[in-house]
Design a binder for this molecule. Structure first.
Ligand SMILES: C[S@@+](CC[C@H](N)C(=O)[O-])C[C@H]1O[C@@H](n2cnc3c(N)ncnc32)[C@H](O)[C@@H]1O
Length: 284
C-alpha cells in the first residue's frame, strides 16, 4: 500500500508564528480552530518548494524570498474567496436605484463610480457592472460609470480579469442578463461563459491590500462595497480600514458591507439606510 507523503501537523508554536506573520501581512486573524486548515494549506507550499518542514518554510519566507513571490503564494493560499454573482441581491437593487436617482438628479453628467474593495474572482464587480449597464439600457441614456475592483489575492484577480465562468457560476444571474452580458464558449471552452468585452472594459482590476499604509487609488466613489472580508479582521483593524474607505466616498456616499458586518458602532460618521447599507452623515 502507498500513502501520500504528508508533512506533520503544525505544532502550537509553529501555528502561532505563522498566525502572526499572516496577521501582519493581511490583517486576517486566524482563530485556534483554524490550525488544521492552515496546516493543510501550508503543506501544499512545502510540497511545491520541496521543503522538509514548517520551520524551513518560515525561514524561506524570511530569507529567500527577495521579490515577495512566495509571500504572494502564501497569501493566495490562505484567503477565503467564496463569492457569487448577485450575492445578497438587495445590495444590487439598492445600487440600481441609487444610479437611477443620480441620473435623474444631475444635470451635470459626471461619471458614477463604484469600488468593490474585496472583489475575489470578479462576481461582485461584474454584478455591479451588469446592474449599472441595465439601468442605462432601460433609461436609454448614455452616461459613464467606472468600477474599481481590488483584492489582495493575485490568483483571484487573474480569474476576475479573465472573466470566464462555468454554467453553475451563472445560476444566480437573471436569464436576460446572461443573454445580454455573456458569450458562450465553444470547442475547448464549451460549457464556459465569458463576460462580454464591453462590460469587462468597465472594470479596472488592481491588487490592493486593505491593511497597507498607502493605497494607490486617486478617485472618490458614489458607493463602496466591502463585503465579507472584514469579518476575518480584528475589530481595531476593521475600524481603521472602514474609516479609510469612508474617506474615499463622495460627500453623502454609501458604504455597503456583508450580511454579518453590521456597523452600528460607527454612528458618529454613518447612518443606516437599508440592510447593511450605510450613508456618510451630513458634515462628516
Ligand atoms: C469571502 S471573499 C468576499 C468576496 C465578495 N466581496 C463577496 O462578498 O462575495 C473575501 C475576499 O477578501 C480578500 N481579502 C482578504 N484580506 C484582504 C486584504 N487585506 N486586502 C484586500 N483583500 C483582502 C480575499 O482575498 C477574498 O477574495
Amino acid at each position: 500500500m502507498f500513502n501520500t507523503l504528508t508533512h506533520p501537523e503544525l505544532s502550537e508554536r509553529e501555528f502561532l508564528i505563522f498566525r502572526d506573520l499572516i496577521s501582519a501581512k493581511t490583517g486576517i486573524s486566524l482563530r485556534d480552530t483554524k490550525c488544521p486548515m492552515l496546516s493543510a494549506r501550508l503543506q501544499r507550499r512545502l510540497r511545491a518548494l520541496n521543503l522538509p518542514n514548517f520551520d524551513a518554510y518560515y525561514q524561506f519566507l524570511l530569507n529567500q524570498d527577495p521579490t515577495g513571490e512566495e509571500r504572494r503564494e502564501l497569501i493566495n493560499c490562505i484567503t477565503t474567496n467564496k463569492t457569487s454573482f448577485f450575492r445578497e441581491p438587495h445590495h444590487f437593487t439598492f445600487l440600481a436605484q441609487l444610479f437611477q436617482d443620480t441620473l435623474a438628479a444631475s444635470s451635470n453628467p459626471r461619471p458614477f463610480s463604484v469600488w468593490s474593495a474585496a472583489c475575489s474572482t470578479g462576481e461582485e464587480p461584474y454584478s455591479m457592472a451588469m446592474t449599472l449597464r441595465d439601468v442605462l439600457d432601460r433609461a436609454s441614456v448614455n452616461r459613464e460609470f467606472n468600477i474599481l475592483a481590488t483584492d489582495i489575492d493575485t490568483q483571484v484577480l487573474q480569474h476576475a480579469q479573465a472573466a470566464i465562468y462555468t454554467e453553475g457560476d451563472l445560476e444566480s444571474i437573471p436569464a436576460h442578463f446572461k443573454q445580454r452580458f455573456f458569450l458562450r464558449g465553444s470547442g475547448s471552452q464549451a460549457g464556459r461563459f465569458r463576460i462580454k468585452p464591453e462590460l469587462r472594459d468597465q472594470v479596472d482590476h488592481r491588487q490592493l491590500n486593505l491593511i497597507d499604509p498607502a493605497w494607490d487609488v486617486n478617485a472618490t466613489f458614489d458607493a463602496i462595497f466591502c463585503r465579507n472580508a472584514l469579518i476575518y479582521f480584528e475589530h481595531e483593524t476593521q475600524n481603521r480600514i472602514l474609516r479609510r474607505l469612508i474617506s474615499y466616498l463622495k460627500p453623502r456616499g454609501y458604504l455597503i458591507v456583508g450580511h454579518s458586518e453590521h456597523l452600528h458602532w460607527m454612528t458618529d460618521i454613518l447612518e443606516p439606510v437599508a440592510t447593511t447599507t450605510y450613508r456618510v452623515k451630513h458634515g462628516a
